[in-house]
Write a protein that binds this ligand. Structure first.
Ligand code: CMX
Length: 136
């Protein structure tokens, strides 16, 4: 069902303050920034080899990432796995008893379609399914 880890999401209070550590100190490759309005976040992608991280800055106090930052401070927020058929993956997980936050896909970065599994049904790790968009 899963192809690979697509990215690891990291909550930050400010992209401008967080990016230099990953880009300049760790030497990761900056892949761009965009706003994902539906999730009320601004995101930046950085890559190392085939792996990516997604830095997440909330754009609104009622954003899921704002709530996470308030409770935990900055840190790892979610792991995203790539799938070919997100509807089929949601259907299988639902049938197997997983608690889906999104029972239908939402819009993610780069035209991707995403759906989250609630951390209470995935061992405390917020888990994202991600089907790549045309521009990825
Ligand atoms: N990782 C692990 N646990 C988390 C979590 C996270 N990122 N965010 C919240 N939780 C935990 C809370 O600590 C809390 O645990 P306790 O009850 O033990 O204290 C529990 O989940 C709260 O669950 P809740 O009351 O159902 O809901 P919240 O209002 O706190 O929202 C969640 C949590 C996961 C449902 C919400 O953040 C959500 O819908 N997330 C999916 C969307 C999202 O995260 N978007 C941002 C990224 C977008 C992108 O990548 O493009």
């Amino acid at each position: 069902m899963l192809n690979k880890i697509n990215h690891i999401g990291i909550a930050v209070t400010s992209l401008d303050e967080a990016i230099p550590f990953y880009r300049d100190q760790l030497g990761m490759s900056f892949k761009g920034m965009e706003e994902v309005a539906e999730q009320r976040v601004k995101v930046a992608f950085l890559a190392v080899g085939e792996s990516k991280i997604e830095l997440l800055e909330p754009t609104s106090p009622d954003s899921a990432v704002a709530k996470f930052l308030e409770k935990n401070g900055p840190g790892i927020h979610h792991i995203a796995y790539e799938v070919d058929d997100i509807e089929a993956a949601i259907a299988k997980l639902t049938q197997d008893g997983a608690r889906m936050i999104d029972s239908t896909p939402r819009s993610g970065a780069h035209g991707s379609r995403i759906a989250f599994i609630h951390p209470k049904s995935s061992g405390g790790v917020l888990t994202e399914l991600c089907q790549a968009g045309h521009t990825k």
